[in-house]
Design a protein around this ligand. Structure first.
Ligand code: NAD
Length: 327
């Protein structure tokens, strides 16, 4: 009953061991899953992966040849998994659908406040003993219009938080969430949300349909000086268009916890590497852009919940009642 845990970080090992009350034989490996590291799954019935792991068709086919029967994801998002390859190989893919929507929603609110009140500028100027208020003029969230794209688990918590600030809330989601209506959310068309929002926050999954949802056409419909927040997935935004509109001031602020080409960059120390991504370096150099390394989920509560649910998912596979399987 061996299960290999790829990309295992110290903070996850502790909780996975704690919640492994069923005594499954967990093999922790630091390496990411890739074609080169599939051999580490030999003799394992399942493998447990993070979003940095390669779950492309080739890798999944190889895992199937080795005898892997399930993949337990330590994430909610599964846009990095070739689900058809998994299905074709009869490999069950499980995920952690709702580990702590508060962690991501609170972080999105944090990005908004840091940008709207120039908190980083205040801190860095202060380190140089420049305590002038002139460059720090911000704006209230009270009575601003916040547009929420995707009102599932995270988007609905974000709506509650923004309601607390007294913001007017618009949302676009093909499926209405009744809970959101109690926070004063008004469901509108995508175009109306773009036209009327002062702040737009992305909380929908990355799918074929939502890839580059925010492209040049969408941005051109937005209010001048809009703030764009992305804690969803990098691929939701066309980076080239984002840069163009940040440079001409149409987008006044961007808070990005995810980035289209974050693979090979985020979740690791690149401080001694040359970063060969001019668009990323351009974004980093824009003073109205705040980039964080896909950390919105990263709270103690999230890690505990991810590990506990992952163990329950693994156990459910062995019990035959398959929890949280992605169809
Ligand atoms: P969820 O499934 O509960 O909600 C997603 C919502 O998006 C659903 O209501 C769905 O109807 C809606 N949606 C689907 N297609 C849409 C479209 N075209 N336009 C508008 N809305 C659409 O998911 P969640 O738990 O709220 O998570 C949302 C996303 O956040 C995840 O898919 C993941 O990519 C991302 N996420 C990021 C982090 C992070 O650390 N930055 C952590 C967890 C999740």
């Amino acid at each position: 009953m061996q299960v290999v845990i790829y990309s295992a970080k110290k903070y996850e090992r502790e909780y996975l061991k704690k919640y492994n009350i069923y005594n499954y034989d967990l093999i922790f490996v630091e390496q990411n899953l890739s074609l080169k590291t599939t051999e580490l799954a030999k003799n394992c019935i399942g493998c447990c992966c993070f979003i940095t792991d390669d779950l492309s068709e080739k890798v999944i086919n190889r895992l199937a040849e080795i005898g892997v029967k399930f993949i337990a994801l330590r994430s909610a998002g599964y846009d990095h998994v070739d689900l058809s390859a998994a299905k074709a190989n009869n490999i069950a893919v499980m995920r952690v659908p709702k580990y702590s929507p508060q962690s991501v929603a609170e972080f999105a609110a944090g990005l908004i406040l840091v940008l709207s009140r120039n908190i980083i500028k205040a801190y860095t100027n202060g380190l140089k003993h420049n305590f002038s208020l002139d460059p720090l003029l911000g704006f209230n969230l009270y009575h601003k219009t916040v547009g929420i794209i995707g009102t599932g688990n995270i988007g609905s918590v974000f709506a509650r938080i923004m309601n607390g600030f007294g913001a007017h809330l618009l949302a676009y989601d093909p499926i209405k969430n009744e809970e959101c209506e109690q926070y004063g959310v008004e469901y509108v068309s995508f175009d109306r949300l773009l036209r009327e929002s002062d702040i737009i926050s992305l909380h929908c999954p990355l799918t074929q349909e939502t890839f580059h949802l925010i492209d040049s056409q969408a941005i051109s419909k937005m209010k001048n000086s809009v703030m764009l927040i992305n804690t969803g997935r990098g691929g939701l935004i066309d980076t080239t268009s984002l840069i163009k509109y940040l440079k001409n001031g149409k987008i006044a602020y961007a808070g990005l916890d995810v980035y289209e080409k974050e693979k090979g960059l985020f979740f690791q120390d690149c401080s001694n590497k040359i970063i060969n991504d001019d668009e990323f370096l351009t974004l980093q150099n824009l003073s109205n852009v705040l980039i964080t390394p896909h950390q919105a989920f990263f709270t103690t509560e999230s890690i505990q919940n991810i590990c506990q649910t992952t163990i329950e998912n693994i156990n459910s596979y062995f019990q035959g009642n398959h929890l949280n399987v992605i169809d």
